[in-house]
Design a protein around this ligand. Structure first.
Ligand code: AMP
Length: 307
């Protein structure tokens, strides 16, 4: 069962109340690939990097079953660079710099060997490029999941709305759901967004968990209360990778299974925030994931007698 993942592979500079890093590997596609490859392989990556992206990182991804034929390397340009600073609550951040670099003239090409993939994860990227990948698929994947962010809502809202018409699942955070719909109530926002195209909507609320909407149904997955959150960067992408990884592994795209998938996504995100960059994702084992999923079961399991 193959999964195509699309997104940025980048360098980030991050400042949190716990520390600062000037240059660390990041990017939406990087985080999605690390998380999804824990559940299913191959992961067929589509992205673009410059001359400066470390070969060791590419090798590390390959070792985990991430195919890189769809990752273009531009020899005379720098990789995408993003810099962000987190507020003390760690749930909100300011983007300080977005240097598109190689991304400015990226034309993603879906390699022939990727055709036929049943799952497509459109990580956070320019909406026009997300659309181009959908258009290149000769057979529509069984499930198309899309992530995006406020940055693209501000500069490419019309393009974003076109992509929305073509996807099955949209992942956004609460602020983005409000921005996209113009509604403050998340229930009203969800109703409005579900009319824009996607049949399923996931609203991520950082340390307050995530909501899954489908028709008139809503399901809530908590975030694990952690003693220390070092760096939330990539948590959303890691959530997305765990979500699609679980669905692809189980080959079941029902609402019931999506409930489990958002718990899996939350568990993966809870690892991601424990260290700067994708470091923690490289360390964790299948046993770590099982133990963490069990913590989620304990967290929400209770008995009640309704008389
Ligand atoms: P997240 O914390 O899940 O929202 O993802 C953070 C990652 O997204 C960082 O590693 C950045 O390199 C990447 N990123 C930041 N801004 C953008 C953007 N406008 N488009 C694509 N990727 C981005």
């Amino acid at each position: 069962m193959s999964v195509i993942t699309v997104g940025t592979m980048a360098f980030d500079a991050i400042e949190t109340p716990f520390g600062k890093v000037d240059k660390i590997v990041g990017g939406s596609g990087t985080y999605v690939a690390y998380a999804a490859s824990k559940f299913v392989t191959p992961i067929q990556q589509i992205s673009i990097v410059g001359y400066d992206f470390p070969q060791e990182e590419m090798d590390e991804l390959k070792k985990r079953g991430v195919q890189l034929e769809g990752v273009e390397i531009v020899p005379d340009k720098k990789s995408f660079f993003w810099s962000g600073k987190y507020h003390t609550d760690m749930n909100t951040r300011d983007t300080l710099i977005t240097d598109l670099n190689v991304l400015a003239d990226f034309n993603p090409v879906v390699p022939d060997s990727y055709q036929g993939a049943e799952f497509l994860m459109l990580g956070n990227l320019m909406p026009k490029l997300q659309m181009s990948v959908i258009d290149q698929m000769k057979v529509r994947p069984k499930l198309i999941v899309m992530d995006t962010m406020n940055f693209w809502m501000e500069i490419a809202m019309d393009d974003l709305k076109e992509v929305l018409k073509k996807v099955d699942v949209l992942l956004v955070n609460d602020g983005e759901a409000r921005q996209l719909s113009g509604e403050f109530s998340l229930v009203k926002a969800a109703r409005s967004i579900l009319q824009m195209g996607p049949k399923f909507l996931i609203i991520k609320k950082g340390e307050h968990g995530a909501l899954l909407f489908h028709g008139d149904h809503v399901f809530f997955a908590p975030a694990l209360p952690l003693e220390e959150v070092f760096d939330p960067t990539g948590a959303g992408d890691t959530f997305a990778g765990g979500f699609i990884g679980h669905l692809a592994k189980t080959k079941d795209i029902s609402f019931e299974n999506m409930k489990t998938a958002i718990i899996v996504g939350s568990a993966m995100a809870s690892f991601c925030v424990e260290k700067f960059g994708p470091e923690r994702m490289k360390e964790i084992t299948q046993d770590d994931i099982k133990a963490r999923l069990n913590e989620f079961v304990q967290l929400v399991n209770f008995d009640i007698d309704l008389v």
